[in-house]
Design a protein around this ligand. Structure first.
Ligand code: NAP
Ligand code: MG
Length: 504
């Protein structure tokens, strides 16, 4: 713990938080238990242990589901006066913001993200997310329906719909930006009136545990929010197959998403999946390159590429290809690599040794497939943590594994095209099993709209990549997922619609 003690300095509350062995937050209280041995939480920048969690399984999941069910059926949350439920969520948003220092310390230690970025952008976005959905609580309305099926002459039907919370929801999240990820799932579910069991990733559980402590400080009734720590194949699997869970919302890899689909069949849970991506950044020859080049670098290297929206496939017109490659290589070479609690860096560590090994293996694959490595490609050996250089391959083609598969690391593949036919360009962009994000860079915004219309992805930016906002729906086409988060779509995902008809 010496690294932590030295760097956290005056943040004694964070230090004592890290010293805890984090169990499970069930029915408003921390409980211990688990059928595997406790998990050491490591800082990816140093490889050193910073904290410990217990590894829950079937028993803890079952206790959490019971608490959530009891809270749901009692109506303490689902039937609470809407303005009151909104007030509690607004209060949670204020608490999140007031603890931005602590949250950003923990997230920086847990995943290696820059602390300043987390405090000023990550925590702010998470608080905005809660406020956005808190605003919806008082606006969850059904409709009156014009019904043409008059049952008998002279008789009329009145039909109206009401929106009801789906019930008990299991939420499973990955390790990249876990605090934002937790709130992006929790805020709409809680706003809708659902009760929740959250299962954070074993590699990045700390800010979810901190969030549980913050929720305990609000007036949210016990059992509405529950958290079970543990590994996917135990806690995650037990949650996905639990017969008393009404919905699973999962964010993670496409392969685990498919496993979850098998697990939910028992009681046919509603299922939302936010999965992987291989998002194209398309630069047309009339693009403003002074904007497009740095944006393309950010699109892939943000969070060292551990970002589902990462612009990992660059498609660029032949006329400007060399200039774009040159600009990107220059940026990649000048990036500051590192992570500590004081400074900002452009490239942080990958989450784990396993992930680093996976990314380096993909780089070897790319070399073997005949792609040309123009910068990076190696582990940063001078650093103890799991750092990989920003890496760029040119001469790529869509049949290569490095172009087809999600690497989830700082690796960009570049493909060149000669055509100006938008159908052909869109076909290249769409030549993937994924469909999460995309961006199009052009000086002609009308061409931008036309191309955006042809790209099969849940979000398309025109001269911007991955513009995230709580009000803007987010999710995937094709194997990038089922359903949408954020915005009104994100709220609807936690609501059932009931149609009621009566004779007038
Ligand atoms: P992952 O391995 O799929 O894990 C995600 C979560 O699922 C973790 O909490 C994991 O538990 C749990 N899990 C693993 N196996 C499970 C099972 N059999 N049943 C139930 N839960 C299980 O993903 P990751 O490697 O952590 O995260 C990276 C992936 O997430 C990438 O593919 C990325 O594209 C995707 N992602 C998508 C979005 C989006 O919004 N579309 C956003 C961010 C990330 P443990 O890891 O704790 O064992
Ligand atoms: Mg994992």
């Amino acid at each position: 713990m010496s690294f932590v003690t030295k760097q956290i300095g005056s943040h004694e509350d964070v230090q004592s938080f890290l010293a805890r062995k984090h169990g499970h937050f069930i029915n408003g209280a921390w409980q211990s238990g688990g059928d595997l041995k406790p998990i050491a939480i490591k800082c990816p920048a140093t490889g050193l242990q910073i904290s410990t969690i217990e590894s829950g399984g079937e028993i803890e999941i079952d206790a959490a589901v019971k608490a959530a069910r009891q809270a749901f059926e009692s109506g303490v949350w689902a039937k609470m006066v809407p303005v009151e439920r909104a007030r509690i969520l607004f209060a949670l948003a204020d608490l999140v913001e007031a603890n931005a220092e602590q949250i950003s310390y923990l997230e920086a230690l847990d995943i290696g993200v820059s602390r300043g970025l987390m405090r000023d952008i990550g925590v702010k976005l998470a608080a905005d997310q809660i406020r956005y959905y808190a605003g919806w609580v008082t606006k969850i309305n059904g409709e009156t329906i014009t019904n043409s099926r008059a049952a008998a002459p002279g008789r009329e039907f009145l039909t109206y719909t009401v929106k009801e919370p789906i019930g008990v929801v299991g939420q499973i999240i990955p390790w990249n930006f876990p605090f934002g990820m937790a709130l992006q799932k929790l805020a709409p579910a809680l706003a809708a009136g659902c009760s929740v069991i959250l299962k954070p990733a074993e590699e990045a559980p700390l800010t979810s545990a901190y969030l549980a402590d913050l929720i305990a400080q609000t007036d949210m009734p016990s059992g509405v929010f529950n958290l079970v720590n543990g590994v996917g194949r135990k806690a995650g699997a037990a949650l996905s197959r639990h017969p008393d869970v009404d919905k699973i919302s999962f964010t993670g890899s496409t392969s685990v998403g498919k496993e979850i689909l098998h697990a939910v069949t028992g009681n046919l849970k509603k299922t939302a999946l936010e999965l992987g991506g291989k998002s194209p950044v398309v630069i047309l020859k009339d693009a403003n390159l002074s904007e497009a080049i740095p944006a393309a670098a950010r699109a892939i290297f943000f969070l060292s590429g551990q970002n589902c929206m990462a612009g990992s496939r660059l498609l660029v017109h032949a006329d400007i290809h060399d200039q774009v490659v040159e600009g990107l290589v220059e940026i990649a070479k000048s990036m500051r690599i590192g992570a500590d609690l004081e400074n900002s860096y452009d490239i942080g560590p990958l989450i784990s040794e396993r992930q680093m090994t996976r990314v380096l293996a993909y780089i070897d694959t790319g070399l073997g497939e005949g792609a040309k490595l123009v910068t990076g490609g190696k582990r940063v050996k001078s650093m103890a943590g799991y750092f990989v250089e920003p890496t760029i391959f040119t001469n790529c083609s869509s049949s290569m594994r490095i172009v087809k598969e999600e690497i989830f690391g700082p690796v960009l593949t570049i493909q060149k095209f000669e055509t100006e036919d938008l159908e052909d360009i869109a076909a290249m962009a769409n030549d993937t099993i994924f469909g999460l994000s995309a961006s199009v860079w052009t000086g002609d915004v009308s061409i931008g709209h036309k191309l955006a219309g042809k790209i099969k992805a849940g979000q398309v930016g025109i001269n911007v990549h991955a513009a995230i906002d709580p009000a803007t729906p987010f999710g995937g086409y094709k194997q990038s997922g089922w359903g949408r988060e954020f915005g009104q779509d994100g709220l609807e995902a936690y609501l059932e619609t009931k149609a009621i008809t009566a004779y007038l």
